[in-house]
Ligand binder design. Structure first.
Ligand code: SF4
Length: 362
């Protein structure tokens, strides 16, 4: 099994990641002590070296909270969990670095997707506006293309410590754009530990499973650069899948996901058309119950619905046939509609702040 960090397929068999790539499972202690739905609901599935960050959280010592997004398209509800976990670690005592990766988005993707840096910056404004409206603090954000000189100096230093053969062994190919993007990603994750920033301390970055090759590379680099770095830790999260049967969210089929910019009624309509784990008829549903484990409505709620007790009830009512899919869809559509109405109100002020951060004072 190989993993392509730039590929678009879902990693179906997460189990192999534990066996072949040495990811560790989240312990029961961590799951019960870190009160966030991503831990409680198994959205965080594994980690690399997270225990040392956990120790710092529990003993109230500082740690680095570093995450980012590549600005290669519109943000959808699947991205929201990254921002939610970042906020959780900030509230848990993190020193915060949220990267808006506009250069990465442009140089590592084909022109058919991101034709220019300017397009990546437009997405940067869009993505950052949503992130700010979701509660990200502008003080914690930086944009790669506007980052200070020391960061770029450091990215070039990093380039000395990764060879062509190492790069090929990890990623399976060489591509100058992707190499450039990688150097910036390594700098993103490691630079907060430079003496000019926070200095040496544990750091946590939240990634999807296909980003794990980057993490393995950066952990190795941490030990070979001429600084006293703590190898960075990572949490691995699962993807929110698309709304149709078995499908990943797809940019070419907007019906497969709910974008944070969707008009609330459009978003509610997508929810009403989603694939469920229900039975073909109401009578069968009442007799046999539904299957929330394959249901896109339930999955959407698992990632986004804040009420644990109500979610558990819904799961049990589904299995017992006490609820039918129409009711469940209506509840979810209403939740999404209300969420987006509030979110779009906050977006009005966030857009101007995002433009200032991406383009500078104008
Ligand atoms: Fe999904 Fe709800 Fe239908 Fe159960 S009742 S299958 S959770 S939509």
């Amino acid at each position: 099994m190989s993993i392509d960090p730039w590929g678009s397929e879902i990693i179906e068999d997460y189990e192999k990641l534990f066996v072949e790539f040495g990811l560790k499972r989240i312990s029961e202690e961590i799951r019960s002590n870190l009160k966030h739905l991503s831990f409680e609901r198994n959205i965080v599935i594994g980690h690399r070296d997270f225990e040392k960050v956990y120790d710092h959280i529990i003993s109230r010592r500082p740690f680095i909270n570093m995450t980012g997004i590549a600005t290669s398209g519109e943000l959808h509800f699947g991205h929201k969990v990254i921002i939610d976990i970042f906020k959780f670690f900030k509230d848990s005592g993190g020193r915060n670095y949220f990267a808006i990766c506009d250069i990465d988005a442009y140089v590592s993707r084909p022109d058919s997707r991101i034709p220019s840096l300017e397009v990546a910056k437009k997405y940067a404004v869009e993505n950052l506006s949503h992130a700010l409206a979701l509660g990200l603090d502008e003080k914690d954000v930086y944009v790669q293309s506007r980052k200070e000189r020391r960061y770029y100096e450091f990215a070039f230093e990093v380039s000395k410590k990764i060879t062509e053969s190492t790069f090929r062994a990890i990623y399976g190919h060489l591509d100058l754009g992707k190499i450039a993007a990688n150097l910036l990603q390594y700098a993103d994750i490691l630079h907060p530990q430079l003496p000019e920033y926070e200095g040496k301390m544990p750091s946590i970055t939240v990634i999807a499973a296909e980003q794990d090759p980057h993490l393995r590379a950066v952990r190795d680099l941490a030990t070979r650069l001429p600084y006293d770095f703590e190898p960075p830790s990572a949490l691995i999260i699962v993807h929110l899948s698309g709304l149709k049967a078995g499908k990943k969210m797809s940019k070419s089929d907007p019906e497969t996901c709910v974008f944070l910019g969707d008009p609330p009624k459009v978003a509610a309509g997508k929810i009403m058309n989603a694939f469920t784990g229900g039975q073909p008829t109401v009578a069968e549903q009442k007799k046999l119950g539904g299957n929330p484990n394959i249901c896109k409505i339930y999955e959407f709620l698992k990632f986004n619905y804040p009420f644990n007790v109500k979610l558990r009830e819904l799961y049990e009512d589904c299995i017992a046939g006490r609820i039918i899919c129409g009711e469940c869809k209506l509840l979810t559509a209403e939740f999404v509609k209300e969420f987006l109405e509030n979110h779009h109100e906050k977006l009005k002020t966030a857009v101007e702040i995002a433009k200032r951060i991406v383009y500078g004072e104008v």
